[in-house]
Design a protein around this ligand. Sequence first.
Ligand code: ZN
Length: 332
Amino acid sequence: MDCCGHEGPGSGDARFEIKKVADGVHVAVAAPAYKVNSNTALIESDGGVIVVDTHSKPSAARVIIERLRDLTPKPVRYVVNTHFHWDHWHGNEAYPAAYPDAEIVTNQITREAMVTKGLERIQDHVRQGPGEIARLKTDLAAARAPEQRAKLEADLRLAEAYLAEVRALRPALPTIVFERTMRLYRRDREIQLLHLGRAHTEGDVFVYLPKEKVVVTGDAVIGWTPFMGDGYPEDWVATLDRLAQLDFTHIILGHGDVAGREWLRTFRSYIHDMVEAVRQEVAAGATLEEVKQRVPAKLAAVYEKPFSAYADYRPWRTGVLGNIERTYAMVS
Ligand SMILES: [Zn+2]
């Protein structure tokens, strides 16, 4: 891995480091942001570029479009969405605007989730924006320490910019869907889009390049504690076991730096051990509050450190509580 990292000028909280993963395969690793951005995989092929995931807003996707022009003159042909969460598809509209022939691809389950849940959540963001801005203004008025004031001022600017952007959003839904598998055979590359079962959402899509031994996971695997609010913790492990059967060396995560198979093993075993610990507690009759006390204490020795690479941004101690709540609700 090497090459060409630079940050976007005047792009708010959309900052990316572009890294080469294989010949013609790059990832834009998103820096932690006030409004979280996903990573984007950029796969060049003879027919054009395939982009995987489009961040939380069109302005962030436009940063990628600019960066892409440093890498290749080829147009974007396909945009793949790995799942229906806002931080992976709200930037979609930037691509057909810049490349009129671009098609947006996902699986049937994910497109349906965008229509039934995603569109509504855009309206939630529009409704919740003013309250969030008012809270930041109250906090700013009460803040004294210069460092804290600077942080709140920056967050306030980002919250205001985001609200303006989400109000103007013109959600670009996928134009092509598949059921379980879609394969693109290019002269120079084979690209597989795979649904391997439920994990982070009901419809997670993996993008697999068998020749280059690269897989793009969306948020089924990330660099910090997984978010399980729409997830299926009990199915997740089996889905990752199916993923592990594929032959690859490099994993482009939904969030966080490029990883190897070692991280997949750690990530999988965290979910497995968390689910098993919750299940045992529930079987013994523990309340949710008791489970939230005991399970982090039990798992911390093994998992707190590996899941703390982005500890300031997404602390494990907070993430694990959300994971326990979701798992508790599903197993009890
Ligand atoms: Zn995400």
